[in-house]
Design a protein around this ligand. Structure first.
Ligand code: NAD
Length: 478
């Protein structure tokens, strides 16, 4: 037993349930392949209990005073920050990212609870003047009802935090199924909410066979809202399931982030910042920059700086001091990187650096830079979701925008230019939900997070985030 890693439970009906007779799945440390613990998998009876519990508390939670919900969320945020060093260590153990990135993620997860604590107090409505005498017309916004939330393994703190904080602030009970590959971090958030005084049954955490869990929960009439972060194919499947029950769904799916680097740009900022952005989280980041599209005049200068910075990256166990790139989360990801590189090379691509698995235990892959990748290569179509960067020249703004917008994804996009006109044109022309110009930092608690096209719809965070858990109700009173 790893003492730095908490025991794993299901959290149903206010009880922390051990595996008992249930099936379990191993949780692996991607830095060395060892098994950290086994996660209990919910049965249909567990899910039914979660559903009926949620139903039993829905009205009372919806009717709590905003100040009460705000106080609980604020306390939970504070507890998460207080416990961040320990939670971050578990996050690194189960997901692999460097400890400093994990710590930043956990603190930002705490921040979401603080942000939505305040948003709970700002749920307002409208009084609309009537066209008849003596009639009062009210537009109210009310909690939509029980939420089924599904989150992946790559950001096991911040993705559950974005969903839980907004839904709970709105007054919705939540049944969440975090990724089975990184379960302890999400449970630590649930523990903080429980300790902060969240009424029993308002939040329930289940793990299980993902397809069974989502089919069962989404089909239940108790669930009134679905939210999912993960891949496009699974998003499409859950969307169809939600449509069966005419339920709204928020989808945060994949991306293939383009970066347009114009000849008048600060090349060093674009290249060195681009390396940090591309290889953060070992590239397993949906808003990551993947395709670097560089105006031909500065292609060589950019490439040289990009490769130099990539070669300096320290790959290793996320718990080791100085590690900048951790392992991939699982062997599926590792195999996918090998396949994508082999396929690109077969089509004629050149490997400028990296390109191989790192020998030894753990799921490590070298930070890889590819050039001259033909359009037919898989990596030009599919989200690599790993440490592979693609460099490609372009000539005109029109060509650059065309390539940036070529794919069905529309999550993040970036551009570097010192020209104000170009900045306006790319800001308007890029088909992406989140755009960084002359910088790679595009996430903040106060900003909406979400995509367009097949990257999904709906926003999380910001002033927009809470609205996806509220429904409009119009009351006309004579
Ligand atoms: P996946 O689509 O199989 O799983 C992603 C998440 O969805 C996991 O947490 C999984 O448990 C869950 N899931 C899978 N099938 C489900 C179902 N039927 N019902 C409910 N939940 C389900 O992806 P993966 O193998 O973990 O990763 C493969 C690819 O997915 C990655 O290469 C990447 O492109 C994408 N991905 C994107 C994000 C993101 O943040 N947008 C996160 C993880 C994975």
């Amino acid at each position: 037993m790893n003492l730095a890693y908490d025991p794993l439970y299901l959290f149903i009906g206010g009880h922390w349930l051990q595996a008992g007779n249930r099936d379990t799945a191993p949780v692996t440390n991607p830095a060395d392949g060892s098994v950290l613990a086994r996660v209990p998998l919910a049965t249909k009876a567990d899910l039914d209990l979660a559903l009926t519990t949620a139903e039993s508390v829905a009205a009372s939670w919806r009717n709590t005073f905003p100040d009460e919900r705000a106080a609980i969320l604020r306390r939970a945020g504070a507890l998460i920050r207080e416990r961040a060093p320990r939670i971050a260590r578990m996050l690194t153990l189960e997901e692999g990212k460097p400890l400093n990135e994990a710590l930043d993620e956990v603190n930002r997860a705490g921040e979401y609870f603080e942000w939505f604590a305040e948003e709970a107090r700002r749920i307002d409505g409208r009084v609309v003047p009537a066209n008849r005498p003596g009639v009062q017309q009210l537009v109210k916004r009310q909690a939509i009802g029980t939420v089924a939330a599904f989150t992946p393994w790559n950001f096991p703190a911040i993705t559950p935090a974005r969903k839980l904080s907004a839904a709970l602030a709105a007054g919705c009970p939540v049944i969440i199924k975090p990724g089975e590959e990184a379960p302890a971090t999400a449970l630590a958030l649930a523990r903080a909410l429980d300790d902060a005084g969240l009424p029993k049954g308002v939040l329930q955490v289940v793990f299980g066979v993902p397809d069974m869990v989502s089919a069962h929960l989404i089909a239940s009439p108790i669930v009134r809202k679905v939210t999912f972060t993960g891949s496009v194919p699974v998003g499409r499947l859950l969307s169809a399931r939600a449509a069966e029950g005419v339920k709204p769904i928020t989808l945060e799916l994949g991306g293939h982030g383009p970066v347009l680097v114009f000849k008048d740009a600060d090349i060093e900022a674009a290249a060195v910042g681009g390396v940090a952005n591309r290889f953060r989280g070992t590239g397993q980041v949906c808003i990551s920059s993947t395709r670097f599209l560089i105006q031909r005049e500065v292609y060589d200068a950019f490439t040289e700086q990009f490769i130099t910075a990539t070669r300096k990256l320290k790959v290793g166990d996320g718990l080791e001091e100085g590690t900048q790139v951790g392992p991939l989360a699982n062997t599926r990801q590792l195999e996918k990187m090998e396949q994508l590189v082999a396929d690109a090379v077969e089509h004629g691509a050149r490997i400028l650096t990296g390109g191989k698995r790192v020998p030894g235990p753990g799921f490590f892959f070298e930070p890889t830079v590819l050039a001259d990748v033909p359009m037919e290569a898989r990596v030009m179509q599919e989200e690599p979701f790993g440490p592979i960067a693609i460099l490609r020249p372009f000539d005109t703004l029109k060509d650059g925008l065309e390539e940036a917008n070529r794919l069905p994804y529309g999550l993040s996009a970036y551009a570097f230019t010192r020209d104000a006109r170009t900045a306006i044109d790319v800001g308007d022309g890029l088909e992406a939900g989140m755009i960084g110009i002359n910088q790679y930092r595009i996430i903040a608690t106060e900003l909406p997070f979400g995509g367009m096209k097949e990257s999904g719809h709906g926003s999380e965070g910001g002033a927009e985030g809470i609205s996806y858990y509220l429904t409009n109700k119009f009351i006309s009173q004579a």
